[in-house]
Ligand binder design. Structure first.
Ligand code: URP
Ligand code: ZN
Ligand code: ZN
Length: 493
């Protein structure tokens, strides 16, 4: 009898990548993929993947987990529940947040979030550092040191009263990021417009959740993108614009990229599958569809799909922001809140990949011209792994981590509140039927989901330290009069 050569062989499946798919067995030893080929030698364990797709585990680059929100509320998930839910949906790497609030010491914030993640995470993770207190200690000491230690992306908000960063500190942050090679991710909406619209609507008695959508005028997105891009161009600092929701926003990004600026962008399933009409429900029910920016129109969905196919938007994340529909979450301000008092955010770690698989692979959205599987793998795993410089992630390749999702492309599932594994208690996609579901999920060679159950171990997820990488490298096109190293042109006068 032949001695097994590998720990595990996933046999007889179709391996999918960002560039094509092919029939092959995949062998794993320890935590890594060690061979891909036809008729591989036996493994100590074998998984029959005939009729299945063997895909890289998803990389979700935007999820709020066990985090204090913009409004000061702790969200519903622990690292354990969120990462289990992610794995049920085929995701094996998550980028979440270490969220500084005003007055917080950044180093302590990162330590606290690291302790929570180490305790609960069952898939690998990294942090974006939310900066809401850009004082001298944060900018000159803590942030450079933390970037150097492997936290190479920053997140800032241009809106939300408690954490917003105005234009001048935005420049300070962009400069610190440039000097230390970190990518700057931004929630970009015009704060003044949103705040003003909210007051006007409430004064007239328009307080139901559906008015949340009206209070975020579509122009508030394009305006903030334009201002942000101008600031980033001034300092030649690469940026990632989070959760693009409008056609006009996508057009601003296309134009900036056409000028050769390093502007990257993300959208989310809620902007591809929901519209503002989803918020229009009896009573407070619409709160379950309230996120910022809000879902828009069908024409925006079409524009975002086009932008994804053209490469103007490079990745799709969940923006998982779980708040239960009760007094601990959406209704924390009391039983009859107005839309300004309701926490923003939707759960989405588990539904991101199945919804996208169904649209791009099963239903073959025409924008991807017959290459829906490749685009799906790229937008949800390969591209985010590259953008955030996550070594070992995002592809089925020899030498990379054995983060593998085995998909049954024929399995039809109706998504319901009851079938989800996060702690929100509802999903905005309740009742949606999708075809294509991940039936076996491995993270660094360990089973996390098998036979419909979570078998992952809390605490087995590992923190992924990373440098900024290619995405965070400036273009080098900094004009002399904008160059801090040349005294902003003072020497030229
Ligand atoms: O509504 C959302 N997206 N809530 C989460 C916080 C954020 O805006 O990223
Ligand atoms: Zn945001
Ligand atoms: Zn977010």
């Amino acid at each position: 009898m032949t001695t097994p050569l590998y720990d595990l062989v996933i046999r007889g499946g179709t391996v999918g990548s960002a560039t094509g798919s092919f029939a092959a067995d995949v062998a794993v030893t320890g935590e890594r993929i060690v061979a891909i080929g036809e008729a591989l030698q036996p493994g100590r364990r074998e998984i029959d993947a005939s009729g299945k797709l063997v895909l890289p585990g998803g990389v979700d680059a935007h999820a709020h987990i066990e985090q204090v929100s913009a409004g000061g509320l702790l969200n519903a998930d622990s690292f354990e529940s969120a990462t289990a839910s992610a794995a049920f949906g085929g995701t094996t790497t998550v980028l979440c947040f270490a969220a500084q609030h005003r007055g917080n010491d950044l180093r302590k914030v990162v330590t606290d979030y690291s302790v929570r993640a180490r305790r609960g995470a069952m898939i690998d993770y990294a942090f974006h550092l939310i900066i809401a207190n850009p004082d001298a200690k944060t900018l000159e000491t803590d942030l450079p040191a933390l970037i150097g230690e492997g936290h190479a992306s920053i997140k800032i908000f241009m809106t939300y009263d408690l954490i917003k960063i105005d234009d001048e500190p935005l420049l300070d942050l962009l400069l610190t990021a440039r000097q230390n090679r970190a990518l700057v991710c931004v929630h970009a909406e015009n704060h003044g417009m949103i705040s003003w619209m909210g007051k006007k609507l409430l004064q007239k008695g328009y307080s139901a959740p559906k008015y949340h959508a009206a209070s975020h005028p579509r122009g508030s997105e394009a305006e903030a993108f334009t201002r942000l891009i101008a600031a980033a161009a001034l300092l030649d600092q690469p940026i990632m614009i989070f959760h693009v929701s409008t056609e006009e926003g996508a057009a601003v990004i296309r134009q900036a990229r056409g000028q050769g600026l390093k502007v990257f962008a993300e959208t989310c399933p809620q902007y591809l599958f929901l519209t503002r009409h989803d918020l229009d429900k009896p009573g407070l029910e619409g709160a379950k569809w309230m996120c910022s920016p809000p879902p828009r129109e069908v024409s925006d969905q079409d524009a975002l799909w086009r932008a994804l196919a053209l490469g103007d938007i490079q990745t799709i994340s969940s923006d998982h922001a779980p708040y239960a529909f009760d007094e601990t979450g959406k209704l924390s301000a009391g039983p009859n809140p107005n839309f300004k008092q309701i926490a923003n955010g939707l759960p989405g770690l588990e539904t991101r990949l199945p919804l996208l698989f169904d649209a791009m692979v099963t239903k073959a959205r025409p924008e991807f011209a017959g290459r829906g599987l490749e685009a799906f793998v790229n937008l949800t795993a390969t591209a985010p792994a590259a953008l955030y410089n996550l070594a070992g992630k995002g592809a089925i390749q020899v030498g990379l981590d054995a983060d593998i999702a085995i998909w049954d492309p024929r399995k039809t599932v109706t998504i319901t509140d009851a079938t989800m594994h996060d702690r929100t208690g509802f999903t905005p996609f309740h009742g949606c039927s999708v075809t294509g579901w991940p039936v076996h999920v491995l993270a660094r060679g360990r089973d996390v989901v098998a036979d419909g159950a979570c078998v992952g171990e809390p605490g087995s997820g590992r923190w992924l330290g990373r440098e900024g990488g290619w995405a965070a490298e400036p273009t080098g096109r900094l004009a002399p009069d904008m160059d801090p190293a040349r005294n902003f042109g003072a020497a030229l006068l």
